[in-house]
Design a protein around this ligand. Structure first.
Ligand code: ADP
Ligand code: SF4
Ligand code: MG
Length: 413
């Protein structure tokens, strides 16, 4: 049996779609999470990436039991969470906390900073009032927030400061696992690095384990030991960060990585990116076969192979030693192309995932015109501003990102 702190197996969350005025009946389901499996060893970070609506937050909320899963298993610290009774679950919840995306809506505006951070301690009956006050000051100090401001209200502070308050609250019960659901997405770029550094420092200091959810691939890479990529409720690639960014094997992962800007101006001009065209398939009626095939550039390039249309690809091992798995019938073909290169932190023309021959010809060319073997295929753009890409997050997508922290969940404590 796995000795990971958290093991998620075949997790499902279907949201019912109801119809009928007098008598409501379920007419279908939104398959928000549809058979997701992964594990996180203690002290490590798993980065969970994917477009908006791919099921990342729902996965996180199911793990922390803010949402009841439809099916599957969640083992945390040796306990099966889906089978725990109410009081056992309450005790276990102390060990898993969440930091929400939006520090504006996730903090109660009517509560003082001190009360917000003390709330989980109070709910779990930890310490006396005086003891809690001392602990709150200690926690605020740890997250770099002035402990003298405990009597102030959240609206008096900037986004970065509010996220520090949210992190202090998450730390209050000394948890083992923290689910960070897009913790810096709502913050100014200049503030993001400070909060990421804080999360990293806290991980070191307290031996924390993170599920780090984000749609910004650069942010996830900076934080994660391993990366899991979600698309339409499924995990479609998982492996060590170096492997997934360096040798992405799934066409969707490659598309995401191809959209990440390169910090080198020459490489940036020559960057090949995939623009995902066509409508994002409905999570209610996903297409048969591979859910990505209606938008897959590799499917087009390979002449629309039948298996993509008829067989849902399983997550299979593509690099045994690294534990790298990908759900693509043509994962080996994907790696032979010039697409899907990770450019993050790249020096000069390092285009990870690109075949060495293509790399060499790019370097030799040293100019923005693509060499012949890099000719632009369907779905591929040669740089410039892609009409359907949100530049900052590196995603080629037409759907806007959701920034709201849900309000209809159970209490996280
Ligand atoms: N409470 C809900 N009821 C119905 N559908 C939902 C609910 N919450 C999320 N969804 C749907 O589930 C899918 C996954 O959503 P979410 O987990 O928020 O994605 P992500 O965090 O990756 O952006 C989306 O299609 C979303 O509309
Ligand atoms: S299985 Fe086919 S459609 Fe799916 S990602 Fe691979 S090539 Fe594309
Ligand atoms: Mg989300």
């Amino acid at each position: 049996m796995s000795d990971a702190l958290l093991t998620v197996t075949d997790l499902q969350k279907y949201f019912p779609i109801r119809d009928g005025l007098l008598i409501e009946r379920t007419v279908d389901y939104v398959r928000a999470v549809d058979g997701v499996s992964f594990e996180i060893p203690e002290g490590q970070t798993l980065g969970l990436v994917g477009e908006s609506g791919s099921g990342k937050s729902t996965t996180g909320y199911c793990i922390i039991q803010l949402l009841q899963p439809t099916g599957g298993s969640i083992r945390f610290m040796g306990k099966e969470l889906t089978e725990l009774g109410r009081s056992d679950l309450r005790r276990t919840r102390r060990d898993m906390q969440i930091v929400f995306q939006d520090p504006y809506s996730s903090l109660d505006p009517r509560m003082t900073v001190g009360d917000i951070v003390a709330e989980p301690l109070k709910i779990h009956g930890v310490d006396t009032r005086r003891g809690r006050q001392a602990k709150v000051r200690e926690l605020l100090d740890v997250v770099g927030f002035n402990p003298g401001f405990t009597n102030r209200y959240p609206h008096e502070f900037s986004g970065g400061q509010r996220q520090r308050i949210g992190i202090a609250r998450a730390l209050a019960l000394s948890p083992k696992l923290i689910i960070c659901d897009e913790p810096v997405s709502a913050l100014d770029v200049s503030i993001q690095a400070q909060i990421l550094n804080l999360l990293k420092d806290l991980q070191q200091e307290f031996g924390l384990t993170y599920l780090f959810i984000a749609h910004d691939l650069a942010v996830v890479r900076a934080m994660s030991d391993r990366i899991a990529v979600m698309n339409r409720g499924k995990l479609i690639e998982i492996g060590p960060a170096e492997e997934v960014y360096g040798e992405p094997r799934e066409a969707y992962t490659q598309a995401l990585l191809s959209a990440v800007p390169v910090p080198d101006p020459v490489a940036e001009r020559m960057r090949k990116r995939v623009i995902l065209k066509g409508d994002v398939p409905s999570p209610v009626n996903p297409p048969p076969g591979c859910r990505f095939h209606t938008r897959c550039w590799l499917y087009e390039r390979l002449g629309q192979p039948e298996d993509c249309r008829t067989i849902d690809p399983e997550l299979r091992v593509v690099a045994e030693a690294a534990g790298h798995r990908a759900a693509c019938h043509h994962a080996d073909e994907a790696l032979k192309t010039d697409v899907g290169v990770a450019h993050i932190g790249a020096a000069a023309l390092v285009r990870r995932g690109t075949p060495p021959a293509a790399l060499a010809s790019l370097a030799a060319a040293g100019k923005p015109d693509a060499p012949e073997e890099l000719a632009t295929p369907a779905f591929l753009d040669e740089g410039g501003t892609p009409e359907a890409t949100t530049a900052a997050d590196g995603f080629a997508t037409e759907s806007p990102d959701q920034t709201d922290t849900p309000t209809d969940l159970q209490s996280p404590f």
